[in-house]
Design a protein around this ligand. Structure first.
Ligand code: UT7
Length: 315
């Protein structure tokens, strides 16, 4: 498959590190050096499905195809206000499209997992055009009284349209299942028969463990993928890394031995927007005119699961 178009939309409300220090025992002096984050956009009056549909409209327009030409729609999402139907159906209704659609919940590497599913459909010749939308509101998963998690995340939606072609040169998925390092627990409706103890638990994270997983797995995923494709680190023009923490990105860069200018980032103004992170970064770089024909882009993302994934794509 090949990328035809991208789009993204972020909520209007900006929360700075200084805003946090008004109600939490934290500071820009703590947050910025440890994460690279200065501010993030969070959902306020918007609905996630609205910004997701707008991001999709932009990607479809950028791809230059008609909505009717979409054959399949994959939505990556961890949390939204509906338990059912899937967010893909809600966005599809807003877009006025009726191709088959599915939701995946693969946390931060969701964009690459969605690419892998799309690639499989292309290989089976079942589709000609696939829409991927990654829409996330992690600001609604954390406790805003927990300074170790709520400062890390931002909301947003990123979208991409893929068509037939041979520009995706490889995808690698990886799983190291472990629930307690990064999870949120939600109570379901009570019944007269529930006797076990249940409670809502906001996002819990073992930051140090996730940090280690992120750096090691990303370097491993990228190195294995490049080797399989017969490429070297020097052949890559841009490393599009999940924007979780600037120090994680820096660790990956050093692990690969690649120069700083090959790592575009937007974490300073976005924070970690889970699976929306990679497609938002992709869209922003594309709209700035960063990529030229033939450039080699490598994506890498990691998160809850624990899951990780990487992909190589020629622009
Ligand atoms: O998509 C993947 C999602 N996950 C991630 O990207 C997270 C990966 N992990 C990280 O980015 C880092 O582990 C963090 C940025 C979350 C934390 O950095 P750290 O250097 O591992 O700090 P820590 O958790 O070990 O905490 C050190 C200290 C603690 O105080 P004490 O116990 O030493 O007195 C924390 O209570 O820093 C304190 N702390 C804070 N202080 C001010 C934690 N968060 C804050 C805060 N402001 N926001």
């Amino acid at each position: 498959m090949k990328l035809l178009g991208t789009g993204s939309v972020i909520p209007s409300r900006v929360v700075t590190n200084d805003d946090f220090s008004r109600f939490l025992d934290t500071s820009d002096e703590w947050i910025y050096p440890r994460t690279g984050i200065k501010s993030r956009h969070v959902i306020s009056s918007e609905k996630l499905e609205d910004i997701a549909a707008q991001a999709a409209e932009r990607a479809i327009a950028d791809a230059g195809i008609a909505k009717e030409d979409l054959d399949f729609f994959i939505c990556s999402n961890v949390v939204n206000e509906y338990l059912t139907p899937g967010l893909s159906c809600i966005i599809a209704a807003k877009l006025g499209i009726s191709c088959p659609c599915i939701d995946i919940n693969c946390a931060c590497p969701g964009f690459i997992y969605a690419m892998d599913i799309a690639e499989t459909y292309f290989s089976a010749r079942k589709v000609r055009n696939v829409l991927i939308v990654c829409a996330e509101e992690p600001s609604r998963m954390t406790s805003w009284e927990d300074r170790s998690t709520c400062i890390l995340f931002g909301d947003g939606a990123g979208a991409a349209v893929f068509g037939e072609g041979d520009k995706v040169k490889g995808i690698k998925l990886n799983a190291e299942p472990s629930v307690d390092k990064l999870f949120q627990y939600r109570r379901l409706m009570p019944t007269p028969y529930i006797t076990k103890e249940e409670s809502d638990i906001p996002l819990q994270m073992n930051g140090r463990e996730v940090f280690k997983f992120a750096v090691t797995t990303s370097v491993r995923d990228i190195s294995a993928l490049l080797e399989k494709a017969g490429l070297r680190v020097e052949d890559v023009d841009y490393f599009m890394i999940h924007q979780a923490n600037m120090r994680i990105i820096e660790g990956i860069r050093k692990g690969l031995g690649a120069p700083e200018d090959k790592f575009p980032t937007n974490i300073r103004d976005h924070g970690n927007s889970s699976s929306a992170s990679c497609p938002i970064l992709l869209d922003e770089c594309h709209r700035k005119g960063l990529f030229k024909k033939g450039d080699i882009l490598v994506f890498s993302a990691f998160g809850a699961g624990l899951l990780s994934a990487a992909a190589i794509m020629e622009w």
